[in-house]
Write a protein that binds this ligand. Structure first.
Ligand code: NAD
Length: 374
């Protein structure tokens, strides 16, 4: 992830230093960048001269002390709070007073990372999506002590890099990794209840919803280890909020190391010669699956708006630019009709009597008043 972010910054014209305490990882970053630049030149997407300049602006350093003249440091090391805090505290003693210290963390609180620094005002979350050079979205996450100027400067800088930035709060999963949870969780629930199999649910979300990938193929693509861990982390950090509750189905895959494509098997079998199961393409079933999942996703986006996580525009941009949703969820809510979404959720809530299905109070208010998001 760090090498990808370095490529973005060097391409934008910055002098970039890359450090990793594992020299093999540093070598891998160097050969990875060299081969990416070579491929871009071969495909005619980058001039040879520009590729040489980008490579020339990127230095691989052997010590954090080399960062002393940096104006911005983006940390993308192992997802471990203790290690990150140690590195931030060390960095603070090396860089100038004005240097911004950012973390690319996906799941840790920026406030807790910043607490390792004497000057927590300079600490911010700048969260890229993988692969950083290709994914347009970057979440900008000021923590409780982050200075306004640091937020402004970070956002302006990443905007200049040609990225789409969204401003959000220092809450678990930020926007994307929180709002997307139901795409996976509700789909697994539908499977667990025997309503449809993986292939049928994937088919429904693709063909009725227009998603590029269905939830199970996407989880297999991301890796069930990563996807399960993110779900568990968001759920526990939200004090066991039932909407984010992980599933035993995915936990067992995780325990059995059936991580998906990278291990050859996850929800599907990717072994050579394995036959992919065929979906049950029944329109009524497809629509029922889609409307249940999309209503849960919309509810999360609406509740995020209700809690001031981001603006409607940024909430929608996050899902279209960060995870390629075909439409922003609030726009989708307007199109489907807020009262229809509310009826679906209220029906589920009534039937299951589970907090997981409670409609956001903002959805209820807006539906009652006949309002729309746009
Ligand atoms: N992989 C993703 O899809 C993704 C997406 C967004 C954000 N992130 C975040 O980016 C960060 C890195 O993720 P990744 O997938 O690239 O991890 P990774 O394990 O591939 O890379 C982490 C690197 O950090 C190095 N490292 C560990 N401790 C270090 C230290 N003390 N000093 C210097 N280097 C050290 C390791 O040697 C390793 O090369 C994490 O915080 C993760 O949450 C990852």
């Amino acid at each position: 992830m760090g090498a990808g972010i370095a490529q973005v910054a060097a391409t934008a014209g910055h002098q970039v230093l890359i450090f990793d305490n594992n020299t093999a990882a540093l070598d891998k970053a160097r050969s990875g960048l060299d081969s990416t630049l070579k491929k871009l030149v071969e495909k005619g997407k980058l001039a040879e001269q520009s590729a040489a300049e980008i490579a020339g602006r990127t230095k691989y350093v052997s010590s954090l002390a080399d960062f002393k003249d940096c104006g911005l440091v983006i940390e993308a090391i192992v997802e471990d709070l203790g290690v990150k805090q140690q590195v931030f505290a060390e960095l603070e003693g090396i860089v100038a007073e004005t240097c911004i210290l950012a973390s690319n963390t996906s799941s840790l609180s920026i406030a807790s990372i910043g607490s390792a620094c004497k000057k927590a005002e300079r600490v911010i979350g700048i969260h890229f999506f993988n692969p950083a050079p290709l994914m347009p979205l970057v979440e900008i996450i000021p923590a409780i002590l982050t200075a306004e100027q640091v937020t402004k400067a970070s956002k302006e800088l990443v905007d200049q890099w040609g990225k789409v930035t969204v401003l959000t709060k220092d809450t678990p999963g930020f926007i994307v990794n929180r709002v997307a949870r139901s795409f996976y969780g509700e789909s697994i629930r539908i499977y667990e209840e025997g309503i449809a199999d993986f292939a049928t649910i994937d088919w429904a979300m693709r063909s009725v919803g227009g998603f590029k990938m269905g939830p199970f193929e996407l989880m297999d693509f991301i890796g069930n280890d990563i996807n399960y861990k993110v779900t568990e982390s968001v759920w526990t950090q939200f004090f066991y909020e039932p909407r984010f509750k992980p599933s035993l189905t995915q936990k067992r895959l995780y325990e059995a190391k059936l991580f998906g494509r990278k291990t050859g098997r996850g929800y599907y079998n990717y072994a050579e010669g394995a036959v992919m199961p065929k979906p049950v393409e029944v329109e009524e079933l497809g629509k029922a699956i889609f409307y249940r999942v999309i209503s849960m996703l919309i509810n999360e986006a609406v509740d995020s708006l209700h809690l001031g996580l981001a603006t409607p525009k940024d909430l929608d941009l996050a899902m279209t630019k960060g995870v390629n949703y075909p439409k922003g969820l609030l726009k989708w809510a307007d199109e489907i009709g807020l009262q229809i979404v509310l009826n679906i959720l209220s029906g589920l809530y009534e039937e299951y009597q589970e907090d997981r299905y409670r409609p956001s109070v903002l959805l209820k208010r807006m539906a009652k008043e006949g309002k729309t998001f746009y």
